[in-house]
Design a binder for this molecule. Structure first.
Ligand code: J2J
Length: 521
């Protein structure tokens, strides 16, 4: 695929020879007994046979629409059975889903459709008080497929056709695109091949002890790498387990589902873990089925980490992952000290780790903090169609510069100590400072903007925009309305605005975000 950077031949040979890459395809992950429940979503309960059939029939429907192997389709559905059916249908067809989050709006989706040259865009009619058909009307895309009331578009229900023989994808093909958290003005797409993502989900399922008895509850957006494949729904399907989709991580929605479905495993971000620790002390629901709580996306502090087994009665696993690839997990039998105070160690023996001085690129002495660089059998070698950005994000020998500052312990476990990238981690949601600044600068009263993170006890960080204004400074409320108008996802909006006369500068004349952040601490 044009715009996709593959691994060099020697590493391809090595990853195959060492058994990390197989011929298994993403469309073949449904490995449960046909009669067993694969998926519970709202009132729907689908067996493996049901899900398999629906995926095949929907693949045939997309094929009839003209979607073919190698095409791209932007998929923006919430945590519903339709997400799972459409995802499986597309990967079986060899058409790569581009996984947008439900929170994305015109700014993100318009760009994704254009960058990926998507042939179709799949949406709900309405969700969370937003009409996605309105968004679709503002785009230029060949097919809009709607789950629900389709209006002038194609109803997902109409893409139900007699299965046809399909051209099988190659394991080396790009199977899907994930969205990068982003550090630049525009979002980046992460190509994931069938074979690297199959490794990702199968090896994760093994490390997390998933079996046919696993009942995996999804509370994060299922389109996010963590809930999708770490081990996520795909890992649960691959071992014949059951997946239960919840609309959110709120204890009033998640706890009754844990009790009713006897959920055994779940992945959350730290703010949800904190909410659960609190709610578990007063809720009546029976959470005793829960065996494993995975926490990742942002750093979990040692104190709440120590509380998880005591209060929720389950094993805690810290997960330090990224859509770009590398996954670090604490292991289920690690001593409590490591589980509480580290963010895990790499999933794969072939994951290569370097910890370097971010300015010189030279390795730091063992045990000291530096920037994490990595390459391996499931870490990208380049963002899709982004040559200039790739030149900065990768070393000449193909290591991905994560922008995370870590310290490595003798056991190989990593401790995340901070960040060397212009991004705010808002409770696991990533906000690119440059992207938000670009939108703020478009406001007529904004002369200059600098976005920084501010510490927050629940979210870890929130977003503060420092502005130099002309005329009357806009209020936070006005800025949010402005950003809504521009179609920017709401989790990227600032939580606070500070107007200043000048920005502090570094010796080389750049805005000192360190100094700005210090004013907030
Ligand atoms: C500190 N920072 C963390 C952690 C991610 C599993 C889990 C998370 C993600 C994810 C994921 C962190 N402590 N435990 O894809 O499969 C920050 C780092 C990292 C960035 C990646 C998965 N876990 N982070 O969060 O692509 O800064 O993936 O580089 O959204 O989140 O963000 P994202």
């Amino acid at each position: 695929m044009d715009g996709f950077t593959s691994w060099p031949n020697d590493l391809v040979a090595r990853y195959i020879a060492e058994g990390y890459w197989s011929d298994r395809l993403l469309g073949d992950v449904l490995r449960g007994d046909p009669g067993r429940i694969a998926l519970v979503a709202g009132d729907e309960r689908l067996t493996y046979a049901d899900l398999d059939r629906r995926a095949d029939r929907t693949a045939a429907g997309f094929h009839r629409l003209g979607i073919r192997r190698g095409d791209r389709v932007v998929l923006q559905l919430p945590n519903t059975a339709s997400f799972v059916v459409v995802f499986l249908a597309l990967v079986r067809l060899g058409a790569a889903p581009v996984l947008a989050l439900p929170a994305h709006r015109h700014s993100e989706i318009g760009y994704l459709c254009e960058l990926s040259q998507a042939r179709a865009y799949v949406i709900p009619d309405r969700h969370g008080g937003f009409d996605y058909r309105e968004l679709a009307r503002s785009l230029d895309v060949e097919h809009v497929v709607v789950d629900g009331d389709a209006a002038e578009f194609t109803a997902l229900a109409s893409l139900d056709a007699e299965p046809v023989p399909l051209d099988r994808p190659d394991p080396a093909d790009v199977g899907l695109f994930l969205l990068s958290g982003g550090t630049t003005g525009l979002p980046k797409l992460i190509p994931r091949t069938h074979r690297d993502y199959v490794y990702n989900l199968e090896a994760s399922a093994e490390v997390c002890g998933f079996t046919a008895d696993t009942v995996y509850l999804v509370v994060l957006p299922v389109a996010h790498n963590f809930a999708l494949a770490c081990p996520g729904i795909l890992g649960a399907f691959a071992v014949g387990g059951t997946v239960v989709l919840a609309p959110s991580g709120s204890p009033d929605e998640a706890f009754p589902l844990i009790e009713r479905e006897r959920a055994t495993a779940c992945a959350v971000v730290p703010p949800i873990a904190l909410l659960w620790l609190d709610a578990a002390t007063w809720s009546d629901e029976d959470l005793s089925s829960l065996e494993l709580l995975q926490v990742g996306g942002a750093k979990l502090a040692a104190e709440p980490a120590a509380q998880v087994p005591k209060v929720l009665g389950c094993v805690l696993q810290q997960v330090f992952g990224m859509a770009e690839g590398l996954l670090n997990y604490t292991r289920l039998d690690d001593p409590p000290e490591l589980v509480e105070t580290t963010q895990g160690r790499p999933l794969c023996p072939a994951d290569e780790i370097r910890v370097v001085d971010p300015d010189t690129g030279e390795p730091v002495p063992e045990g000291e903090t530096g920037e994490l660089l990595t390459r391996g059998p499931y870490t990208l070698r380049g963002y899709y169609r982004a040559p200039e950005h790739n030149a900065r994000s990768f070393t000449p020998d193909g290591f991905y510069r994560t922008g995370d500052l870590v310290r490595r312990l003798p056991s190989g476990h990593l401790v995340v100590e901070g960040r060397h990238k212009d991004q705010i981690n808002r409770g696991g949601d990533k906000v690119s400072a440059e992207e938000l600044e670009g939108h703020l600068l478009a406001h007529p009263a904004v002369h200059d903007a600098a976005v920084v993170g501010m510490p927050d006890p629940m979210m870890g960080e929130r977003t503060c925009a420092f502005l130099i204004t002309r005329g009357t400074p806009p209020t936070l409320r006005e800025l949010k309305d402005f950003l809504r108008e521009r179609g920017l996802a709401d989790y990227k909006w600032p939580d606070r605005v500070e107007t200043v006369d000048t920005f502090p500068r570094t010796p080389v004349g750049k805005i000192s975000k360190k100094e700005l952040a210090a004013r907030l601490a």
